[in-house]
Write a protein that binds this ligand. Structure first.
Ligand code: NAP
Length: 354
């Protein structure tokens, strides 16, 4: 039986990705879309400025845009709500939805660090989903909230997980080059970014530095503990790329390693926590390593694994940090947002939590 799902904020850039990924999904039936008051009551096709490279799915063209009204969502007997709303809006609506029994899978950054809220990058920490039972008890909710990590953090932590498992990470230094779509549909005016880059993204560095340690943390019996074995320092920058966040990553490791050993650990990724579960959105290879000196590149490599794989290149020894350095690329609105959201929902279904 297909689960009935809704996308809140369906006209935005992440919302459009959700719509595109959910329209023909084998486990989910997309029956409801919401947006802001100015387009409520319009057909989806009239309300949205479609920017996804694939055509708008026929099935959603005729959906009417609904208001962001918790009671309406409950009336529609929705099972899972995908949230692609600004943080300020999500902060009030998400707890209401969970209280009324809905499963909320959210991209907004509110509550990401709370110890009873799972912050999931499924290949890395699918086991953290079990904290939702504690969350329900703590908060008296029938439903629950699961969070998608910050986009840069989702891409980074996928590459860190096999390295931490096998070589014991001590320190991570990361410099990101983040695409325009990461700032939302109307995020960065062309006058500010053409022929330019912007060396600041508000709040981003703190998110990368803290969320990485929660994702690579452990589930104690009633909370998720941050990993205190390593630290991350980040510098985040907006560049003139449409989709795909790139990053230069420098990692200090607990022991001396050979570069080939590191490549093997990334390619094999032994402790992939969802391997064999049969989740439709899980890529066959979560990490792809390229050996050419000039790859990965956003335009050429961001759609690997239907946008769900992270592509790593230029893996080499770092003699200053006694570890390795590499370049990583991931699709920010798929791996870093809607794709991971759908993968989380698939995990929730597989675990019979909805
Ligand atoms: N872009 C990324 O790569 C990315 C990655 C990870 C996480 N996120 C997070 O995902 C969320 C969505 O980001 P985005 O980039 O998709 O933003 P966006 O393009 O600006 O879209 C925002 C969506 O929220 C709706 N909305 C705004 N204010 C509303 C209100 N008061 N009531 C009801 N609906 C409202 C908008 O509707 P209208 O179109 O009608 O205004 C639109 O559908 C944010 O929390 C963001 O931080 C984004």
């Amino acid at each position: 039986m297909k689960r009935r799902v809704a996308v809140l904020g369906a006209t935005g850039i992440v919302g459009q990705r959700f719509v595109s990924l959910l329209a023909d999904h084998p486990w989910f039936d997309l029956v409801m879309v919401t947006a802001s008051e100015k387009v409520v009551g319009k057909k989806y096709t009239e309300a949205v400025k479609w920017v996804i490279e694939k055509p708008m799915p026929r099935k959603v063209e005729e959906l009417t845009v609904e208001p962001l009204d918790v009671n309406r969502i409950v009336e529609e007997k929705i099972d899972i709500v995908f949230v692609a709303l600004p943080k300020e809006v999500a902060t009030t609506v998400e707890p209401e939805l969970a209280r009324k029994g809905l499963v909320v899978v959210s991209n907004a950054s509110n509550m990401r660090l709370e110890p009873d809220i799972p912050l999931l990058n499924p290949e890395v920490n699918a086991d953290h989903i079990d904290v939702v039972e504690v969350q329900r008890r703590n908060r008296g909710w029938d439903g629950f909230i699961a969070k998608v990590p910050n986009c840069t953090t989702a891409i980074l932590t996928l590459t860190l997980k096999p390295l931490h498992d096998e070589f014991d990470i001590k320190r991570v230094v990361v410099a990101s080059m983040q695409s325009l779509s990461g700032a939302g549909l109307t995020g960065v005016p062309s006058m500010f970014i053409l022929d330019n880059l912007i060396p600041f993204i508000e709040g981003e560095e703190e998110k990368v530095e803290t969320e990485s340690r929660k994702i690579l943390g452990t589930l104690d019996k009633d909370k998720i503990l941050m990993n205190d074995k390593f630290k991350v320092t980040a510098s985040c920058h907006r560049v003139m790329v449409l989709e795909g966040h790139s990053m230069a990553v420098f990692v200090e490791l607990g022991r001396v390693v050979d570069v080939e050993e590191v490549i093997k650990a990334l390619e094999e990724f032994k402790d992939n926590k969802i391997r064999g579960m049969g989740l439709p959105t899980a890529p066959e290879k979560p990490i792809i390593v390229r050996r050419e000196p000039d790859r990965p590149q956003p335009r050429l490599d961001r759609m690997e694994g239907n946008g769900m794989s992270v592509v790593v290149g230029r893996v080499r020894e770092d003699k200053v940090l006694n570890g390795v350095k590499y370049f990583a690329l991931g699709h920010n609105t798929i791996r870093g947002a809607a794709g991971t959201g759908v993968l989380i929902a698939e995990l929730i279904v597989k675990k019979n939590l909805v």
